[in-house]
Design a protein around this ligand. Structure first.
Ligand code: PLP
Length: 465
């Protein structure tokens, strides 16, 4: 039953909309419950058809309800993070699928990709070909370091596009950043125990290293990347960096600093872990070559992923180990099996060998550049002098700095959620508490191009009106 508070001074359609919305978010109206038909609700509340229709259309547009042709309106299945808004549970950095799927009308999460971008039918065809090629191969474990043919494809792609110089034997196919790091840690552990990480920065490296009893020191990041004097002072001998597109602020480390960083590593007998997670996606200027290519013999572990351009669900990534670490790697892991699925590796190999990867990359650059440009324009149109954008021109997100806002991050995110907008708290990328005030990450990969404008307009309304 939908009870309306007639004492409130609001238009009737807003009252109906608010009432149904609060019943959905409180869980009183359960997912997939059928709502009363427009006609019966009009009769029940003694209001006009248009009034109820308006309320339902608004709920539909914001994703609280869905419609089934010739059947009516039903309550959407909302993610728990949406129904109980708070900055604590407003989402992992990962865009997870679970039994409860988030239903946001506007998904500005930085790790979301364009849902329609995965080449489904081509992938299905290549996968079927792999199964037919030699069915017996799937009765065995794949090679520890990953499929050789895939590693050769990755090697030539890296040389061509990222300036990474290595032999195929140096490449290890992994199932994501965490997998790579859990291989790296025991390789480094005998000689190293202090890790320097970017502040702000990705939280997976610090948690993996801390789990293995490394002490981690946050090093501030400036417009030209990591603060090298602070690094020097930290006594660390291992550093995790994102020099080509700092995560999350988007800065590029200039070549002079890259060379200084390599010199630092050589002077302390240290190791650089270079995470080149999304550098394929540059929309302004030329691509920034990887740090590894500047001195391929140095102790630089290079990490890349297929999660940003192809799909995070595949769980296929790679790293390039310096030659001097290969013996230790094999000694430590010779009895282990690869965590990356052989079937996905073989399919990916066909995808790359057939030229589809390069084509897909070009297509994704075009799609994401369009979304990026739309987002930048929408922010400047709606926020004007109230905000500046940090880290534009690359990747799948930018950072918005709100210049005059007094709201906390938790409040900003809560207000966005009330408009059915999904955001990721940037504070999670800081080790120090209460840092990153007035900074909001705006991912644009997962939002439909046609929704970016409206989403940004709603954000402005949520925060400034
Ligand atoms: C800084 C950074 N590195 C790496 C990755 C990719 O991780 P994975 O290969 O585990 O999907 C991400 C994903 O969002 C990231 O933000």
């Amino acid at each position: 039953m939908i009870l309306i508070d007639y004492k409130q001074r609001q238009p009737l359609h807003i009252k109906i909309y608010n009432r149904i919305k609060s019943q959905i978010t409180a869980g009183t109206l359960e997912p997939h419950t059928k709502l009363p038909s427009i006609r019966s609700l009009c009769a029940e509340l003694a209001v006009s058809h248009n009034t109820v229709e308006y309320a339902y259309q608004q709920l539909l547009a914001e994703g609280y309800i869905y419609s089934k042709p010739k059947s009516g309106y039903y309550v959407s299945l909302l993610d728990s993070e949406f129904t109980q808004p708070s900055s604590q549970n407003s989402g992992s950095h990962l865009t997870r699928l679970s039994g409860k799927q988030p239903v946001y009308s506007f998904d500005f999460h930085p790790a979301s990709l364009a849902p329609e971008s995965f080449p489904v039918s081509l992938w299905r065809k290549l996968l079927a070909e792999c199964l037919q090629d030699e069915p017996r191969q799937f009765a065995c474990y794949g090679s520890l370091q990953g499929d050789w043919a895939l590693r050769s494809e990755i090697r030539s792609y890296l040389a061509r596009s990222r300036g990474v110089l290595c032999e195929t034997e140096q490449i290890v196919v992994c199932s994501g950043l965490q997998d790579s790091l859990s291989i790296i840690v025991p390789i480094l552990r005998p000689q190293h125990s202090l890790l320097a990480v970017e502040e702000p920065g990705h939280f997976i490296p610090r948690s993996v290293f801390q789990n293995h009893l490394f002490a981690t020191t946050p090093i501030p990041v400036h417009n030209d990347g990591l603060d090298l004097s602070a690094l020097q002072a930290s006594q660390s001998t291992v550093v995790y960096v994102t020099p080509s597109h700092q995560f999350p602020l988007g800065h590029i480390m200039p070549v002079a600093n890259r060379l200084k960083l390599i010199d630092w590593a050589e002077s302390v007998g240290g190791v650089i872990i270079e995470d080149d997670y999304d550098s394929e996606l540059r929309y302004q200027g030329s691509p920034v070559p990887a740090l590894q290519g500047l001195r391929p013999q140095a102790s630089i572990i290079y990490i890349g992923t297929f999660s940003k351009v192809l799909s995070p669900a595949l769980r296929v990534s790679y790293m390039v180990l310096p030659k001097r670490m290969l013996a230790r790697y094999r000694q430590l892991f010779y009895e282990s099996a690869s965590n990356a699925s052989l079937l996905e590796q073989r399919t990916l190999c066909k995808f790359m060998a057939g030229g589809h990867w390069e084509r897909h990359l070009r297509k994704m650059r075009t799609i994401y550049k369009k979304k990026h440009d739309t987002l930048i324009q929408a922010v400047s149109r709606n926020f004007g002098d109230e905000a500046v954008i940090i880290g534009q021109g690359a990747g799948l997100h930018v950072v918005l700095e709100l210049l005059n806002s007094v709201l906390s991050e938790a409040e900003l995110i809560k207000r966005a959620q009330a408009k059915n907008i999904r955001l990721f708290p940037l504070s999670k990328t800081y080790i120090a508490k209460h840092s990153g005030k007035n900074l909001i990450m705006l991912g644009f990969g997962g939002v439909g191009s046609d929704k970016i404008d409206r989403g940004i307009e709603l954000l402005y309304q949520a925060w400034y009106t």
